[in-house]
Design a protein around this ligand. Sequence first.
Ligand SMILES: Cc1cc2nc3c(=O)[nH]c(=O)nc-3n(C[C@H](O)[C@H](O)[C@H](O)COP(=O)(O)OP(=O)(O)OC[C@H]3O[C@@H](n4cnc5c(N)ncnc54)[C@H](O)[C@@H]3O)c2cc1C
Length: 430
Amino acid sequence: MVNETATPAEAAAPAEAAAPGAAQPAEAPLSAASTPPAAAPAAPAAPRVAIVGAGPAGCYTAQFLRKRWPDASIVIYDRHDAPYGLIRYGVAPDHLGTKAIAKQFDRLFARDRVQFVGATDIGTTITLEQLQAEFDVVVLATGLWADRVIDSFQTDASAPVPSGVYGSGRLTRLINGHPAESTEGLHIGRRTVIVGNGNVAADLVRLMLTSAEVLASHGVTADVIAALTAGPLEHIDVVGRSPAGVAKFDVAMIKELAKLPDVRFTSDSAEPPASAVTPDAPTLDQAKAAAIRDLVDGSPATASRTVAFHFGFTPDRVSGGERVERVTFRATDPTALPATLELAADSVCTAVGFTETAGALLRRDAIASPTADLEHGRLADGLYCVGWFRRGPVGTIPANRADARTVADAIIADVEAALHTSPQLIKETR
Ligand SMILES: Cc1cc2nc3c(=O)[nH]c(=O)nc-3n(C[C@H](O)[C@H](O)[C@H](O)COP(=O)(O)OP(=O)(O)OC[C@H]3O[C@@H](n4cnc5c(N)ncnc54)[C@H](O)[C@@H]3O)c2cc1C
């Protein structure tokens, strides 16, 4: 667990308590043990809102709805004991400023009378239908938690994928102390290949080359540090599909890598082809390519650890015996040379995005009604979606604030229009 956020128990604690002097929530939120009370008193003046998912999208949505409806009952459910989703279990533990965003959400629970109900998986502990029966508005803010799998690693059913291929979601959850992750079977070795050139790939490079002492100072547990440093890692290849100038990482993430001691960086990047430079982002593209150049040029000529960036290669296959030994890539541009790239590896870390968990009970497309308006987060009557669950696994935490604003506006417009015509539409207090 990272050191600047509360432990799960501490984080959950203020969620249960109202700030001194603040009104307590009128009634207990629905839980697995709840049974609907028989009598129904007078209708409340504001709707009852359930938000599923206490990540940034759910928390920002609660903030906007609380601002508009000071008296609404707002309950946030999460399957984890403690709130904050990927702020807690994704964001790198050494990114203290980003982790600290969670502190503003603490106020929701401590002061703004939003209730947090943890350890409650909607779909299993409580069904979506049960929630909809109890609340006027249900907002799904469940994110996307499964590592996207690289299909070409799995095409030959007769030759199973060798062990040693790890998704970035698993690794970052592990580093962040997720209670369901363990180091069992984790073997990074001396050489690893990171597939992907976004910010999560950059996080992995940095964290894997950070000293045990520094990791420990950020709250990373001893068993995880032991697993990460066992090799010890001597070489990392980072391979992305695009040219450097249009890679997905932010320039600041590359600049941060320059602070790692005793690392030599290399890159096989050529200038991006003209077709890859879009008219609206030529400056940014140049900045990205320049950031890589500066990183390489500023790194020492010799060092005990090396990181090689390769741009313009698409993953083709992993091979080896029981464990991975090699990863092969082909040039994304079929006319480019070399046409293939073959890298020796003790392990492979995929950082190519996120998707729905296989067999997930809450799947957006299965839930959306034929009249769904996804642009504003409307899934069905009284049912909304926000954050990564609404728009896919792209965007940083601030993007979820803008998203929450859009969806909260749609919810407010719908509820207030319904109240205007039929005040009895608001469900009676239970
Ligand atoms: C590894 C990684 C690192 C990142 N680093 C940064 C960074 O440094 N800076 C930055 O700005 N952005 C970063 N991001 C992006 C940022 O984390 C996302 O933009 C943001 O978390 C998405 O918010 P969300 O609320 O939609 O989803 P999430 O944060 O995933 O929250 C979803 C919540 O829903 C809960 N949930 C899911 N299913 C259920 C269910 N059935 N019942 C109950 N609860 C459920 C989950 O437990 C979770 O708490 C990172 C992302 C990743 C993956």
